[in-house]
Unconditional design. Structure first.
Lengths: 403, 137
């Protein structure tokens, strides 16, 4: 690498929209975007007028217009839930090149309210191309939505490595344990959701079958969520009142778009994107003290953990065994916010990974409630990986705390 | 009986020989004249060696079950068929296709064997379009 951009930029703030989860009165994607940006601006003391680059999954010009700003760097990479992790990579590159000093990465998605709003307010492109690969060669076979696709990867993993449904269920159980420490998690407790609070492996196995071998509790939530992080140059980062979390490494990769082209159903491009990120950071998986891993499904988390080098092939699920990845566990803590499985997942989960990683490494992870210890860990390094599409696209970051 | 599930609208610029083949009960796929490999879905370039010298060949319609899932939630016409088995098929000639797998018991996924031999069959969804399906033999 002629010019290693490692540590050229930091995440200097991270915030959510005013409300997240199942927002009863309803909301729109735009409202979620803007609330989160306002909140991260207030947190950092950076005014919207200081934002020079806008990064979002397809909606950057509209966000800039809504804010009344004229940014000179626009990125609309939208290839699924990993996009936001990639936006940080792109912001790092733009900052390292000296083009901008302050970038916002923004997410707003009304996955829950869309139903109430009859499909309006989502900012999603409408219209369906009848000649797309999906409509020619997938939809005719009843494939509809991510669970119907991802289930094929889980079956193949079970066949190839002898893993069981109970192995994967354990991931949902431990992730729920983290959610019980996060008062903003949808599944935090019986007070936040009738099915909230701790669960068992048997609960997962007994939950409704959606696409065998995936049961309902193997699958993420569908919520409303807005989030934003500010990425700033090293000099700018050091001038702010918030603690910087440094981007030590970043990488991205894509192995396919349609699952028809997924060669090995038990492997993703996370191996490649993580390799790039580790190399940039000059660090390896053994030095990671926290992992924020996209858990659209339990199988996604297990495979990704293997790809990130945290466990051997076929053994990703063992990181969660006996609560090792959970609160107070003996292993690397994983998905300390409660994950897409039990915290919040609006359709694209990448922003939630970034916000929680920032909080953990800046020492601002929320405290627990009801007398339970908080979810703050002592981690000073984190590996953050987002997956998008049909186990297709991945973005990886290596983040380190400011010393 | 009318076909109630999604019927593809055949794209005519790249895929025409494939869909015409389905109508004739043949699995037609592009083969690369440079590296000799067959691919699916049809492209304008060989995804293996990037040659643009391709020809259409009739394939055997034989393959093996690579992996599967049992769909318990579906939409439109497929909603009435749940549970049904979707599967990725390794073609004898190479590369892979998706299908709804026939000849298996969707309520007993443990009896469905990865690696099982499968054969293609075509269902006329309309006067214009036939859809390939695969069946365990």
């Amino acid at each position: 690498m002629p010019n290693n951009p490692s540590m050229a930029a930091a995440i200097v703030g991270a915030a959510e929209s005013n409300k997240i989860g199942y927002i009863e009165e309803g909301t729109t994607a735009t409202k979620l975007h803007i609330e989160a940006i306002i909140n991260v601006c207030k947190q950092t003391g950076i005014s919207p007028s200081e934002i020079e680059g806008v990064f979002s999954a397809g909606f950057s010009a509209q966000i800039a217009e809504h804010l009344g700003i004229h940014p000179r760097y626009i990125d609309t990479t939208a290839i699924g839930g990993c996009s936001f992790v990639m936006h940080v990579h792109h912001a790092l590159a733009a900052i390292n090149a000296g083009i901008i000093d302050v970038a916002v990465v923004s997410h707003g998605e009304s996955g829950f309210s869309a139903r109430k709003n009859r499909g309006n307010g989502t900012n999603r492109a409408t219209g369906d191309d009848r000649w797309s690969v999906a409509n020619q060669f997938e939809v005719p076979y009843g494939i509809a939505g991510a669970p119907s696709n991802y289930a094929h990867a889980m079956t193949r993993h079970m066949h190839q490595y002898g893993t069981t449904k109970a192995d994967f269920a354990q991931i949902a159980v431990v992730t729920r344990d983290w959610a019980t420490l996060n008062p903003r998690a949808v599944m935090h407790s019986k007070e936040t959701h009738p099915a909230g609070g701790k669960i068992t492996v048997q609960d997962v196995l007994d939950s409704r079958l959606i696409a065998w071998p995936l049961n309902l509790l193997d699958i993420c939530l569908v919520t409303d969520h807005g989030g934003a992080v500010l990425v700033a140059s090293a000099e700018k980062a050091r001038s702010l009142r918030t603690r910087p979390v440094w981007v030590a490494g970043a990488g991205e990769n894509t192995s396919h778009s349609s699952m028809l082209e997924m060669g090995d159903f038990t492997a993703t491009s996370a191996a490649a994107s993580a390799n790039t990120a580790y190399k940039m950071a000059g660090m390896g998986p053994g030095e990671m003290e926290l992992a924020m891993i996209y858990d659209s499904f339990t199988i996604t988390a297990a495979i990704t953990a293997e790809m990130l080098g945290l466990a051997p092939r076929g053994e990703g699920h063992t990181l969660w065994q006996d609560g090792k990845a959970g609160p107070g566990g003996s292993g690397i803590p994983i998905n300390t916010n409660g994950g897409g499985l039990s915290f919040s997942h609006s359709g694209m989960y990448g922003m939630m990974l970034l916000v929680e990683a920032y909080r953990q490494l800046s020492g601002t992870a929320e405290d627990g409630v009801h007398g339970i210890a908080g979810k703050q860990t002592s981690a000073k390094t984190a590996i953050v990986n987002g997956t998008g599409g049909s186990l297709s696209n991945t973005g990886t970051l290596v983040l380190v705390a400011d010393d | 009986m009318a076909y109630t599930k999604p019927i593809p609208d055949p794209e005519q610029y790249i895929n025409k020989p494939f869909w015409d083949g389905c109508k004739d009960g043949k699995l037609m796929l592009p083969r690369c004249l440079t590296c000799n490999r067959v691919h699916f879905y049809p492209r304008v370039i060989c995804p293996h060696c990037h040659s643009d010298q391709l020809e259409w060949v009739e394939c055997s319609g034989e393959g093996y079950l690579h992996t599967f899932a049992v769909q318990h939630r579906a939409f439109g016409g497929w909603a009435e068929e749940v549970p049904f088995v979707t599967a990725f098929i390794d073609l004898k000639e190479g590369d892979r296709m998706l299908t709804v797998l026939r000849g298996v018991d969707a309520t007993k996924p443990e009896t469905i064997k990865i690696g099982a031999k499968v054969k293609i069959e075509f269902e006329a969804a309309s006067d214009e379009v036939s859809i390939p399906f695969w069946r365990v033999v």
